[in-house]
Every structure is written in structure tokens, then in C-alpha cells.
Design a protein around this ligand. Structure first.
Ligand code: C2E
Ligand code: CA
Ligand code: CA
Length: 395
């Protein structure tokens, strides 16, 4: 029971009585000082001010201003991973909806208990809470090696989050970029920076890419069936572009899903391919022949940008965030940005500014005639259901 000491709990309920009973049960179970909130807004404030010090949120489902379902969505948007337990007097269909929503958002849903909460049942739930590593210890605590990667592949733990790309002329949602995440049973949602590099140097990159691309294709087909008619960009590591059978397999998968290949863009960075130039060129060309769109990712960061533009059948150019963020106040960035845009137009490439966060930058990007914008100023990458809700709310 002493392990409960380190579990930090936030209780959200609009009724004082319920908060009291739950807090007392928690204290009795060894959780020293539970945090209390009387509504969703207060809960979010606490979560944001306590950054990564909360492990478990116990929340009511029906509350006056923000219900438990909406709170779940906001919690899922936080960078930290939470476990969540619902308290409900509410009917079981609402309970089930909230539980599956929470899971779809990537939260660890530990179930629902009826109110007032039963101490023994709560004790059992606490045993299931998995502690997040503390921020200082995080780097060391996340220990991912090739063996762990292999397990993740076997258990199919890789998922996509989706970030919108908007057309600048009319703010229409044109596309999404699919960004890999590892839904890890111990570490929560692991960002790609923590595993893509390792994957690229492991024998598992092919399988991870395959699993992810399949997820993306299925998701896009599903969205199209339900009227969300957008296109999707997926990232391909340059090191995957040595398998000549890849274009055929991708094309088959897309056709089987009933999608037109031109709805899919592959974003490819220009670094690290010089040594296998010929085969890379062949694969890129074949992808283009199959009807896929191809985007040069992180433009401006590689060595041979200009040469590639001329030699390869790319259809889009993504100007790297380092030349975008803060360009309104930096003449050098602005010059590079505008020159890249100009170059792209001469080669008839669609242009995307990535990493736009500031209104002043957005204004310049728009005036310069860039086609698409992507960045936190529009929305950050979202879990599938959150993205869906976002997309639907726009139309
Ligand atoms: P990227 O392709 O350049 O993706 C854009 C990254 O910028 C994403 O980070 C996104 O969350 C972040 N971002 C978007 N808007 C903003 C903004 O306004 N401000 C800031 N500061 N950041 C923003 P994420 O998801 O962590 O991905 C990092 C990188 O990991 C990606 O960079 C991409 O190179 C790689 N990656 C992601 N998914 C995959 C994948 O499925 N396969 C491969 N090979 N690489 C992937
Ligand atoms: Ca990308
Ligand atoms: Ca980039």
C-alpha cells in the first residue's frame, strides 16, 4: 500500500460531498494530498499549473459547464499522459461512451466506479495506476532499445496523430500530416524523436512503416466514407527508400482501400541518401508513377536541395520550421523563406509553411503566396477522434 504515496490524484466533481468522500478514501488508501476541482475548467487549470505531477484524474461525468467527455478531450491534448477513472451515477451508455472516447484519445482509462466511491474498489484501481517518470528522470526513465522496439512492433503499439494543413486563400482544410507516436504501455505516448532514429538503425523500420502506413490508409478511407474528404501526408524515412518493392505494395494497399493514390502524399527528407542515389531515385520515380504525391520535407536543411528539385519528381515543398518561426522579425529567415517559395513556384511545386505559431508570421506567409500552412497556430497534432471532432466542427 505504501506505493500509493507517490500517486498524485486530481478529483473533479461539482458536488462537495462527493469530492469529500473521495478525498477521504484516497487519504485512507495512502495518497497524501489529493487535488480537488469543482468543475472542468478548474481541473484543467490545476493540470496545467501542476505540469506532469498528476498521475490519475478521477472525474464525474455529468457536470454543469464542462462535462466529463469534454474534459477527457482537453486532458488528451495535454503533453502528459494521465490515467483516468470516471465516477458516475449516470447511465451506463454514457459511461461506456466516455470510456471508449478516453481510450481513443490515448488516455489510460481505468474504468468507472459508481458514486459515492467504494474504498476497496478505489484501492484496486490505484494498483493499476502506472506512474509517469518524473520530468527530471524522464530521459533516463524511457529506456527504448531494439528489443523493446521489436515488442512494440509485435504488439502493434504505433499510432498516428494528425495535424491539419490548411489552404491559405480560404482556410479550407485540405490535408493532414500523419505523425507517428508510440502508445507505450509504460511510458504513455512516446514522441517520434524518441524512437524513429532508433527504428531507422534497426531491422524493424520496414515493419513499423508498414503498420503505420496501413493505419493511415485505413483512417483516410474511413474519413472519406464519412464525408471528411481530405488528403493525407505520411512521412517516409529516406532509409526505407531502398526497397524497390515498396511503391508496388503501397499502391496495392491504397487501391484495395478504395482510395485514389493522389490523395496520399509521402513526405521525404533530403538528408542521408547520397550514397544510394540511384535506387532512391528509382523508388521516388516509381512512387510518382503510381500516382502518389511527393513532398520534400524540411526544405532548406539538407545539402543538395537545389539539385534535387531539378532531378526528382516532387510535387510539394515544405519549408522547414526553422525558416518559418519568427520570420516576421528576422530578415535572414524571411529572405530564405521567400527565396524558397519563389524557387518552388518556378518548379511548379505546391508550397507548405510548417511550424507556424505566430500571427505575425502567418500574415507574411499568407501575403507571400504560400499555398498551405501547418502549425500550432492552426492546431497541434491530434489523436484521431480529436482530429475528427475538430474537422467536423469546421464545416
Ligand atoms: P516533421 O516531419 O518536420 O513534422 C513536423 C513536426 O513539427 C511534428 O513533430 C509536429 O508536431 C511539429 N510541429 C507542428 N507544428 C508545430 C509548431 O507550430 N511549432 C512547433 N514547435 N512544432 C510544430 P513530431 O510529431 O514530434 O514529429 C517530429 C518528427 O518526427 C517529424 O518532423 C518527422 O520527421 C518525424 N516523424 C514523425 N512521424 C514519422 C513517421 O511516421 N515516419 C518517419 N520516418 N518519421 C516521422
Ligand atoms: Ca513531415
Ligand atoms: Ca520539419
Amino acid at each position: 500500500m505504501n506505493s500509493n504515496r507517490s500517486i498524485r490524484v486530481l478529483v473533479v466533481d461539482d458536488e462537495v460531498f462527493v469530492r469529500d468522500v473521495t478525498a477521504r478514501a484516497l487519504v485512507a488508501l495512502g495518497c497524501p494530498t489529493p487535488l480537488l476541482a469543482s468543475n472542468g475548467a478548474e481541473a484543467l487549470e490545476l493540470v496545467q499549473s501542476q505540469r506532469s505531477s498528476i498521475d490519475l484524474v478521477i472525474s464525474d461525468l455529468l457536470m454543469p459547464d464542462m462535462d466529463g467527455v469534454e474534459l477527457v478531450r482537453h486532458l488528451a491534448e495535454q503533453p502528459e499522459a494521465f490515467s483516468i477513472l470516471f465516477m458516475s451515477g449516470a447511465n451506463s451508455s454514457l459511461r461506456r461512451a466516455a470510456e471508449s472516447l478516453g481510450r481513443a484519445y490515448g488516455l489510460r482509462v481505468l474504468g468507472a466506479l459508481s458514486k459515492p466511491i467504494d474504498r476497496t474498489a478505489l484501492g484496486r484501481v490505484l494498483e493499476e495506476v502506472i506512474l509517469e517518470p518524473s520530468p527530471e528522470g524522464q530521459r533516463d526513465a524511457i529506456k527504448i532499445d531494439a528489443k523493446e522496439l521489436e515488442r512494440g512492433v509485435k504488439d502493434k503499439e504505433f499510432v498516428y496523430h494528425y495535424q491539419p494543413k490548411l489552404r491559405l486563400t480560404d482556410r479550407r482544410l485540405e490535408s493532414v500530416e500523419a505523425l507517428a507516436r508510440w502508445q507505450h504501455p509504460r511510458y504513455g505516448l512516446v514522441p517520434p524523436g524518441q524512437f524513429i532514429g532508433l527504428a531507422e538503425n534497426s531491422p524493424f523500420l520496414g515493419r513499423i512503416t508498414e503498420q503505420l502506413v496501413e493505419i493511415g490508409i485505413r483512417q483516410l478511407a474511413d474519413w472519406h466514407k464519412r464525408g471528411i474528404k481530405i488528403s493525407m501526408a505520411m512521412n517516409l524515412s529516406p532509409s526505407i527508400l531502398s526497397d524497390v518493392s515498396l511503391p508496388d505494395r503501397l499502391s496495392k494497399a491504397v487501391t484495395e482501400a478504395g482510395l485514389a493514390p493522389n490523395l496520399i502524399t509521402f513526405e521525404i527528407t533530403e538528408t542521408g541518401v547520397a550514397e544510394r542515389e540511384a535506387i532512391y531515385l528509382e523508388i521516388i520515380t516509381r512512387l510518382q508513377m503510381k500516382g502518389f504525391s511527393l513532398s520534400i520535407d524540411d526544405f532548406g536543411t539538407g545539402q543538395s536541395s537545389l539539385q534535387k528539385l531539378e532531378a526528382l519528381p516532387f510535387t510539394e515543398l515544405k519549408i522547414d520550421r526553422q525558416f518559418v518561426h519568427g520570420l516576421h522579425a528576422n530578415d535572414a529567415k524571411r529572405a530564405i523563406f521567400e527565396a524558397s517559395l519563389d524557387l518552388a513556384k518556378r518548379f511548379k511545386l505546391k508550397t507548405v509553411a510548417e511550424g507556424v505559431e505566430l500571427p505575425a508570421d502567418l500574415e507574411i506567409v499568407r501575403k507571400a503566396g504560400c499555398d498551405l500552412v501547418q502549425g500550432y497556430i492552426i492546431e497541434k497534432p491530434l489523436a484521431p477522434t480529436a482530429f475528427e471532432a475538430w474537422a467536423i466542427s469546421r464545416v
